[in-house]
Design a protein around this ligand. Structure first.
Ligand code: UDX
Length: 430
């Protein structure tokens, strides 16, 4: 099949390269000319495990090309995937500017095409957006939905850091469809994927995405709330999570307590669902507290640090980990941003290290000191904070602790190194 993918971010590019690796002819479209040039030279514009290699392969085989020309790409496509960003505006609504612009360009391309085609929404959009906002724009092509073109909503559940693997090996494929023909067409390009396919309506598919992310985020806030109690009791929340997670109705996944969730999805999606529910006159009580618990959890470590230093002014703090999770250079909504800001308020000084995310954090906190290794950050520090569970931090040894002013590590993420209890403490474990 000929597939056009509009948007080459964390969803569009793994999807494009993934479908090309299954033998489809893929045209990736982006307004960013530099990105288009990079892709056409086989270079990967985002940092994602395995993606650079696959992209190089499918580009060199002529199965994937990139362009800024949406109209031609859409004209030649049997299936068009809309995968542009839906950032959040100040009021907590999702911003549809990119969606509307891309949908208008798609409508222009549809005018040039005779044969039926199917437009597939992969961007995260609140329920009713496809029917009430996107289809009316596509109809500006003069074409009739359900007759001349089909529409599907096909949410993506991939995680940063494992985007390609998650795309190629999903737990499920959700196809929300305008009509059966649309769903059948989309199901064809997933025929080689080894995953269950769920066919449903457009609104259902839109909400499945938000409900999935919101439940995962709620699971994390739940275990953090339990974790704070464990801290009071002097017991290890990970033992509690293991026991709870052995129940097949609960599962152990996403019960890792720590400094709170970050990233470009959970905070944004939960807030957007809260706003959407309020606009519908519903009371999002659970979701609101999922956010409230998370906001407070992010700075729990600062409170614990103040148990050691009532006055933090002039104290040298080693911040280990800036990315919102390991395996990515992304710092969006990372707990490290809030923790550094709070400690700055309290007059602390910093030496911060992260294997991938320093350049991004320099945008937020340009004035703090960054080091090229965790060892350097720990040297002569009054305390170390672990905020991202990068594998390399498991190598921290007693030797490094001896070079600190005070051998004290506070963990916002669970580590598995061999350090004595008096030198390290967990945010929700002893
Ligand atoms: C998430 C969803 O997992 C994915 O399905 C969706 O498509 C996009 O949003 P991502 O944002 O990449 O993916 O990160 P994820 O791995 O889910 O982690 C999110 C945050 O939760 C991170 O800050 C992580 O540290 C934190 N987390 C995760 C916990 O605190 N505890 C856990 O048990 C799991």
């Amino acid at each position: 099949m000929n597939i056009a993918v509009i948007g080459t971010g964390y969803v569009g590019l793994p999807a494009g390269a993934g479908f090309a690796s299954h033998g489809h002819n893929v045209t990736c479209v982006d307004i960013d000319e530099e990105k288009v040039e990079k892709i056409n030279s086989g270079e990967c514009p985002i940092y994602e495990e395995g993606l650079p290699e696959l992209l190089q392969e499918v580009v060199s085989k002529g199965k994937l090309e990139a362009t800024t020309d949406t109209i031609t790409a859409v004209k030649n496509a049997d299936i068009v995937l809309l995968a542009v960003g839906t950032p959040m505006d100040k009021e907590g609504n999702i911003n549809l500017d990119y969606i509307e612009k891309a949908s208008k360009d798609i409508a222009e391309g549809m005018k040039e095409r005779e044969e039926h085609q199917t437009i597939v929404i992969k961007s995260t959009v609140v329920p009713t957006t496809t029917e009430e906002k996107i289809i009316p724009i596509l109809e500006q092509s003069g074409k009739k939905p359900g007759k001349d073109f089909g529409v599907c909503m096909n949410p993506e559940f991939l995680r940063e850091g494992t985007a390609l693997k998650d795309f190629l090996e999903p737990d499920r494929i959700v196809i929300g469809e305008l009509d059966e023909k649309s769903g059948d067409n989309l199901e064809k390009i997933y025929s080689e994927f080894d995953a269950p396919i769920m066919r449903t309506g457009l609104k259902e598919a839109e909400l499945i995405k938000y409900a999935s992310n919101s439940l995962l985020a709620t699971k994390i806030s739940f275990i953090n709330e339990i974790g704070n109690l464990c801290k009071e009791l002097g017991i290890d929340v990970y033992d509690v999570a293991d026991g709870v997670g052995m129940d097949h109705r609960v599962k152990r996944d996403f019960l890792d307590s720590g400094a709170g969730f970050g990233g470009s999805c959970f905070p944004k999606d939960v807030r957007a669902l809260i706003k959407f529910m309020e606009d519908k006159g519903e009371e999002p009580r659970i979701l609101q507290d999922t956010i409230n618990v998370n906001v407070d959890q992010k700075t729990k470590l600062v409170e614990q640090l103040q148990n050691h230093y009532s006055d933090l002014s002039g104290k040298k703090i080693a911040v280990l980990g800036l990315a919102f999770k390991p395996g990515t250079d992304d710092i969006r909504q990372s707990p490290a941003i809030d923790i550094i800001a709070e400690l700055k308020e309290l007059g602390a000084e910093f030496k911060a290290y992260d294997p991938k995310a320093i350049e991004n954090m320099k945008q937020k906190h340009p004035e703090i000191e960054y080091t090229s290794s965790y060892q350097e950050a720990l040297k002569e520090a009054d305390a170390g904070l672990i905020l991202t569970d990068w594998e390399e931090f498991n190598e921290i040894s007693r030797e490094e602790l001896k070079k600190m002013n005070k051998a004290l590590i506070l963990e916002g993420r669970r580590m598995s190194y061999e350090l004595d209890g008096e030198n390290r403490q967990g945010v929700t474990w002893p």
